[in-house]
Design a binder for this molecule. Structure first.
Ligand code: AMP
Ligand code: ZN
Length: 508
């Protein structure tokens, strides 16, 4: 193992907040020049809500930053299609079984449907594909092998399953900063557990029952525990120890401490004073997106999923922008006003790009093809290419534990700086947008225009009305022109005289 420095870059070294030590730490890859990252994926029993998607926007920014800084990234996200109970701490039913019953469909159907829906949200939010999606049910033999390896020393069998004895590893719960006995009474429901925090790594199918998903094992027919899945998939694909493990802050309390305990047992390693003993050197957690009215709950009728935002006329990238405006470790409160403001900010950026490109076209007579003509500037060329020094500031902001709120004004600075030569402007934006993924040079402002579901009028009808209005104005019939504008307004369309875009949906 080597503590290789980050690939040469003129900016500050990358520092990330490690939940294990509760400190900012300079990133030191396990394998020189590489970064191996595992993110806890969704349990695919329902649509993801936008809070869940915040976790993947965060993981995406982390991955893009590592690539930007020159590391060869291997990112893995899992799909949990078995084993996650309704209570993270070993109680309740399997979420997938429960949903399958409620919808009278097979679990495999449910898993396929909601995995697809999740992948659509990933795409809509411009989240890069990881190197691997690992599907839990495809790793069951490896899970059994892992459990067999640790069973003798660290587990005991009860009627309901194979349990992990948390007293057999050093420092159990350090990640959560758990006061060992405190607050864990709620986990004691399983009779015979040695410690309140012990958890099932294999859940046996009760006698006389048949589960839709079950496998043979040395402990009888049953299914793996959710914590076991992530230990196995991360270790299998990335190798222990790997660099960074991510998840939402709720995972810091139970899921990740349990993964860490299993990893310690599997690697035969001691306590957590050596962070590598936990399986990953760095554990990172995004804070929650919160919504006060309860619409984030998947059990509420109209819960906050990305499709709902689109139905109301908000482009998914407005939500990405909203996430980037907050630091990932801060709680982010959702509001429609906040989302509207994020959309407006993004539209402004797109508009300045369009205006500047139009000017360039007028000056040169050459159509501007920003995507292909203006590539990101490689790290080793920053000093020579970037006279403004903005890339160093941008990279420093990312080095400061992925401070995206500090990055956004730098983009605006580049957009607004009249002294920068246009070609350099596009190269700078291409470089920064590699990380932020706002598609600044790839899309037009019209792409952000999504028809709200409640609006009946079609875009063709709007264009026709605008033509009629233009004719009325040419004839100086301003009364008719105003009437047509009011008619459009009543149908949710705002006419913006003087704006090259011409019209916008009025969002509620
Ligand atoms: P789940 O499908 O419940 O396993 O959750 C998928 C991911 O979303 C996990 O990393 C969770 O920690 C994360 N998560 C859940 N709720 C929120 C929220 N409100 N805000 C941000 N992340 C969340
Ligand atoms: Zn996990």
């Amino acid at each position: 193992m080597s503590n290789a420095p980050a690939p040469s870059s003129p900016s500050a070294p990358l520092k990330l907040f490690n939940s294990l030590t509760r400190q900012l730490e300079e990133f030191q890859p396990v394998h020189p020049g590489e970064a191996r990252v595992y993110s806890c994926g969704p349990t695919v029993y329902n649509y993801p809500h936008i809070g869940n998607m915040r976790a993947y926007v965060f993981a995406d920014i982390l991955g893009r930053t590592l690539s930007f800084k020159g590391y060869k990234l291997t990112h893995v996200i899992n799909i949990t299609d078995v084993g996650h109970l309704t209570d993270d701490a070993d109680e309740g039913e399997d979420k997938m079984e429960k949903m399958a019953r409620a919808e009278a469909r097979s679990i495999w159907d449910i898993a396929q449907h909601y995995t697809q829906a999740y992948w659509e949200d990933i795409k809509a939010l411009n989240i890069r594909q990881p190197a691997r999606w690992t599907i839990a049910t495809e790793y069951v033999p490896q899970m059994i092998a892992f459990a067999e390896k640790i069973a003798d020393k660290h587990c005991y069998e009860l009627d309901s399953g194979l349990y992990f004895d948390v007293s057999t590893v050093a420092d159990y719960g350090r990640l959560a900063r758990a006061q060992t006995e405190d607050g864990e009474g709620r986990i004691e429901a399983v009779e015979g557990k040695r410690n309140a925090a012990d958890f099932a790594i294999w859940r046996k199918t009760p006698p006389g029952e048949k589960r839709q998903m079950e496998w043979d094992s040395p402990w009888g027919k049953g299914a793996p525990g959710w914590h076991l899945e992530c230990s196995v998939m991360s270790g299998e694909v990335l190798g222990f120890p790997f660099d960074i493990h991510t998840g939402g802050i709720d995972h810091r309390e139970i899921h990740h401490p349990n993964e860490i305990a299993q990893n310690q047992a599997f690697c035969c390693a001691g306590g957590l004073d050596l962070p590598a003993n936990s399986g990953a050197r760095v554990w990172m957690h995004n804070n929650f997106l919160v919504e006060r009215s309860g619409k984030m709950s998947k059990s509420s009728g109209e819960f906050l999923r990305l499709q709902l935002l689109m139905d109301k006329g908000y482009h998914p990238l407005a939500y990405r922008m909203m996430c980037l405006q907050a630091h990932y470790r801060s709680e982010l409160e959702f509001s429609w006003e906040g989302l509207g403001a994020a959309l407006t900010r993004l539209k402004r950026m797109y508009k300045v790009v369009a205006v500047q490109m139009w000017k360039q076209f007028e000056e040169t007579g050459q159509p501007v093809d920003p995507t292909n003509a203006y590539l990101p500037i490689p790290v080793d060329k920053w000093n020579a290419a970037d006279k403004t020094g903005v890339l160093k500031d941008f990279s420093d902001a990312l080095s400061d534990d992925l401070n995206t709120p500090k990055c956004l004004p730098l983009i605006e600075e580049v957009l607004g700086d009249k002294m920068i030569d246009n070609a350099l402007r596009w190269h700078l934006l291409a470089t920064m947008d590699q990380v932020l993924g706002l598609d600044l040079l790839r899309r037009n402002r019209t792409d952000l225009r999504i028809r709200p579901k409640s609006v009946e009028i079609t875009e063709a009808e709007i264009e026709a009305t605008l033509e009629a209005r233009k004719a009325a104005r040419a004839e100086k019939d301003f009364a008719r022109s105003d009437t047509l504008r009011d008619e459009l307004a009543a149908k949710g369309v705002e006419v913006m005289d003087g704006d090259p875009l011409g019209w916008e949906w009025k969002l509620a």
